[in-house]
Design a protein around this ligand. Sequence first.
Ligand code: GRF
Length: 263
Amino acid sequence: MGLFISSLIFISLRFNTNFTELPHYSNTYLFSTVFIDSPSTSHYISTSLSGTYSGNCGMNIAVFASGRGSNFQAILNAIDSGFLPVRITALISNRSDAGALEIARTHDIPTSHLSQKMFQKEDALAEAVLNVLSKQRTELIVLAGYLKKIPVQVVRRFRNRIINIHPALLPSFGGPGMYGHFVHEAVIASGVKVSGATVHLVDEEYDRGSIVMQKTVEILPNDTPDSLAAKVLKIEHEIFPLAVKAFVEGKIKIEGKKAWIMS
Ligand code: GRF
């Protein structure tokens, strides 16, 4: 019966592409959906897949990160404070030396190091990522400084359920090559007077998905790429947990290209 109901919900989600109000998923429903939609895979690489890091209840989240993991840490802090009722069930990184991996290990969060270099075929990486996401019953993917393109198979499977944070005001200063200090250097060089952070949905193109949340910072005459990066990072840590919470509470509405948070 549960399988039947979740099949109906899944089918209605698949075909309701025009106007989507993301539902506040119940665990039962999402468990079933993951099983229905799960791939069969042969590759599976992970250091551990048993624990979770949880708030009181809520969604299963997989975090993808390539770097030091300060945004990941901000989400963990929000869980610790009781603000964010989610479970982090996976940390996936393309880099074995990512600080985010170490943060995950110290919180007993299952980690997976998955990189294209480990696989001969592009499809095999996507399959391995989907396998981890499926095994960990992932409901939402949070990109917290993940520097690789998300495989298209993953984007399709998790349509409107992948969010990213970008350290500038999209749609400006985004796209291939626009990451880290390159973003802030370009912003300063352009002479714009404000920058900021953007949380957006992830689609098949770099930094082009619907914008969910933005916050600005002022650029002062003496700002450098480094000082700007520090200002922007501070607001990233503020808005990312807010945006994740809006998702978890089912408050994101998507209409065509536009996404917004309902109060
Ligand atoms: C952040 O600036 C984020 O906007 C970008 O990558 C950086 C990651 O920083 N996508 P951290 O690893 O979260 O500290």
